[in-house]
Design a protein around this ligand. Structure first.
Ligand code: M6R
Length: 593
């Protein structure tokens, strides 16, 4: 989490920093800050709050050679003034912004305190900047002091560093947190991702782990911690455009992203099927066939997509397991001789997954990553990589990425069994999605009926249970209403004790095999006064249903039902006046464990 920016040689320096931070706010929004370096003077502005507050604070007239900025998701220390970045070393030689977490910071802090250094914040970051100064004052050059410092750090970092006496240079370093360099005309930029740089830079370089160096207006040096020589770098372009990241008339990114679902399926279809055949690497398909176990690892929404994926692959005879990554990371359990790990992540930067990938690598097992972010840490770490082509997802609540994950897993399953029908089935899904989008007002009415409840329950069986889990996560994430998802049959084994008059119970009904069973579970809660909402499909509809989706093949029903769930949360949050795209306490990419 946290977003960092930096630039040197840019005339519109303040604009780049402020607007860049605004575009990175999805990574964290507890506090914000910038530092400007000019003629040996560093001026810092920082505060708890949003980038819009920082914009008010930084004088519009400010000019400088170099600048860095930060938007924070608090890990060490509450979001207050002294914990806001940038942080400066005791004697002011170094000023830096940091995205990541330093695990051994207490140990390092103690050592520095013993040497007489003082600390003004609770952050791990202040240790880094003071350690740099400590090494510098031992007689090292700034670059060597930085190298020596990062050699001692355990954890993750992307750093942009100002050195007081070098106004024409910004140093950087990276380990397990993303960092991209952009090259403009007579300028260079640093940022946590492409977004801040799209209007400025033409080509980009993704800094990889253990690299460090500096940018100047027309010059860039990249080194590797273990090597002496400079690393030759090759800049690349990106397909992302400013239009891709705009709101395009929508009031919220979440709404825009929900309504992009049909496009997402369309894009997946042409990226993985050419009209005649599937476009997957044969070696990957063979690897999946050969694997005696498929182990899915993911977090949050991506985990819910993996649950659907498991059903797809089990149905064609594969043995599958699905783990929440943060659990697997500490309790890895691998049975079988030829497992294939399938790691699913929108961002490709999730720390819990990166930790798992380190384990997988140590074990020498094969790894397929499914991510939405080309060049991300997970994409690069993989033996096989499949991209989601969902386009940039900016709202913290994940919507279209889930669509792409489930859609891709369905296409991959079909490729393994050479069944092209999936492509026609997906055309039906696109039509059904459009019809749900057209009827969104009915979902808004439902949302208004549940939004004042302190707690809500989502029910489903089979694939509908998987959707219920995602629906529940979405509701709690952006409305702050407590909610639970349950397999319909589990209610009577305990949770029914929580059902009282007017408690909302929302059920998904898509599968003829379980439709009757789930409806009888609903009768059990109706008898206890629950306020029931049913979301069924045409084939299984009853007069009393609240929302009826068009029919699609049952295995693809999560792709349609989830849109109803996403709208339900969106509209409830809207009428509750929540900060929909930036819900409290959250950040888009969870780059800390
Ligand atoms: O980028 P990832 O898919 O790895 O992120 C995983 C979760 O952090 C993410 O899905 C999270 O649960 C979303 N905010 C849910 O809407």
């Amino acid at each position: 989490m946290c977003g960092i920016v930096g630039t040197i040689g840019e005339k519109a320096l303040r604009t780049y920093l402020i607007e860049g931070l605004r575009s990175l706010e999805y990574r964290g929004y507890d506090s914000a800050g910038t530092s400007f370096l000019s003629n040996g003077e560093v001026t810092t502005y920082r505060l708890p709050g949003r980038v819009s507050d920082l914009d008010q604070l930084v004088p519009t007239s400010i000019e400088a050679n170099a600048g860095i900025g930060h938007t924070r998701w608090a890990t060490h220390g509450e979001p207050n003034f002294s914990n806001a970045h940038p942080h400066q070393s005791n004697k002011g030689w170094f000023t830096l912004v940091h995205n990541g977490v330093i695990n051994n910071f207490r140990f390092l802090k103690r050592k520095l305190e013993q040497k007489g250094m003082t600390f003004a914040s609770d952050t791990d970051t202040e240790v880094i900047v003071n350690l740099m100064e400590f090494h510098y004052l031992q007689g090292l050059t700034p670059l060597r002091a930085i190298k020596k410092t990062i050699e001692k750090l355990e954890g993750s970092y992307a750093l942009a560093i100002l050195f007081k006496e070098e106004p024409n240079r910004i140093y950087f370093a990276k380990l397990h947190s993303p960092l991209v360099i952009g090259k403009g005309e007579k300028t260079h930029y640093l940022a946590s991702d492409y977004l801040p740089m799209l209007a400025y830079a033409q080509t980009f370089y993704i800094v990889t782990d253990y690299q460090y160096g500096y940018i100047e207006a027309q010059h860039i040096i990249v080194k590797h911690l273990d090597k002496n020589e400079e690393i030759p770098i090759r800049f690349h372009t990106t397909d992302l455009t400013i239009e891709d990241i705009g709101l395009n008339g929508y009031p919220h990114y979440m709404l825009k992203e929900i309504e992009e679902a049909p496009e997402v399926i369309q894009r997946l279809s042409y990226n993985y099927f050419d009209g005649n055949q599937f476009l997957f690497d044969d070696v990957l398909l063979e690897k999946i066939h050969q694997a005696d176990q498929l182990i899915f690892l993911a977090c949050g929404t991506s985990y819910h997509a993996a649950l659907v994926g498991r059903r797809y692959f089990e149905e064609i005879g594969k043995t599958c397991r699905v783990y929440v990554a943060s659990e697997f990371a500490y309790y890895p359990e691998v049975k079988g001789q030829k497992p294939l790990f399938i790691v699913i992540s929108q961002s490709g930067e999730t720390a819990d997954l990166i930790r798992c990938v380190q384990l997988i690598k140590q074990r020498g097992n094969a790894l397929l990553t499914i991510t939405n972010t080309k060049g991300s840490s997970l994409d690069r770490a993989s033996d096989f990589s499949l991209l989601l082509y969902a386009g940039m997802e900016i709202a913290v609540a994940s919507t279209k990425a889930y669509i792409a994950q489930v859609g891709l897993l369905a296409i991959l399953r079909a490729a393994l069994i050479h069944n092209n029908d999936v492509m026609t089935d997906l055309v039906g899904v696109i039509q059904a999605m459009k019809s749900v989008i057209d009827s969104r007002q009915d979902i808004e009415t439902m949302a208004q009926a549940i939004m004042h409840a302190p707690s809500a329950f989502f029910l489903g069986r089979g694939l509908d249970y998987d959707v219920a889990l995602e629906a529940s996560l979405k509701l709690k994430e952006i409305t702050y209403i407590h909610s639970e998802a349950l397999p319909g049959g589990e209610l009577k084994h305990g949770p029914i004790a929580l059902i009282a008059k007017n408690v909302p119970v929302i059920a998904f009904i898509s599968d003829p095999i379980t439709a009757a069973a789930i409806r009888s579970n609903l009768e059990e809660v109706r008898a206890r006064g629950a306020n029931i909402f049913t979301i069924s499909n045409l084939a299984l509809a009853k007069d009393e249903d609240n929302f009826i989706t068009p029919n699609v093949k049952v295995y693809l029903s999560p792709l349609v039902k989830v849109i109803v769930a996403q709208y339900l949360s969106y509209y409830a949050a809207l009428h509750l006046q929540r900060d929909i795209d930036k819900p409290r306490n959250l950040a888009k990419s969870v780059t800390v464990e």
